[in-house]
Design a protein around this ligand. Structure first.
Ligand SMILES: [Zn+2]
Length: 178
């Protein structure tokens, strides 16, 4: 009798059901807070941690997206993509980029930020609510060469794809002639 009472008391005073996972847990599994009746959070520590990780991931993504809408942030991503093509992180079309050179990041920013076409294209891209087809893209004038000043020009993303398709066709036709 005494024992069951104790179990009952323990249930009232030391146990609590988490509002998130619905598991009954010991009170010390809940963070202390003075905003609640029992003086503890209504969500267990484990669930609270998961929520916090999800929240951070979400806000970080929003921050990244916001940053990539600035010229500086956009160029950061553009450069990162160029590097991953050359280094083979991006497996698609790696044969086209393998062993090509790439200019230094600081030099790239300087070149891009002083490039009139970049500003014109970016402003239009911004005005058209970041339509991917209009995103400024770096085309290599000589596709045999790497990314260096004198071999790069800004075109829209769709123009770059169009040029890529033409080059592919030309390569295909020249192999047919041989
Ligand atoms: Zn929980």
């Amino acid at each position: 009798m005494f024992n069951t009472n104790l179990v009952y008391l323990k249930k009232i005073y030391f146990m609590k059901t988490c509002k998130k996972c619905n598991i009954e847990k010991d009170l010390n599994q809940f963070a202390k807070t003075n905003q609640r009746k029992l003086g503890v959070d209504n969500i267990c520590r484990l669930c609270r941690n998961i929520l916090q990780i999800e929240y951070r991931r979400k806000t970080n993504n929003i921050a990244t997206k916001k940053y990539e809408k600035t010229k500086r942030g956009f160029l950061t991503r553009l450069y990162r993509n160029m590097v991953s093509r050359i280094s083979g992180v991006q497996k698609a079309k790696y044969h086209l980029y393998k062993g090509k050179t790439i200019l230094d990041k600081t030099l790239f920013y300087e070149w891009a930020l002083n490039n009139e076409t970049f500003h014109l294209l970016f402003n239009e891209y911004e005005k058209q609510n970041y339509d991917r087809k209009l995103a400024p893209s770096v085309d290599r004038i000589d596709s045999e060469g790497g990314y260096f000043i004198g071999n790069m020009e800004f075109v829209t993303h769709s123009e770059n794809s169009r040029r890529g398709a033409i080059k592919k066709k030309l390569i295909y036709e020249s192999t047919k002639e041989i």
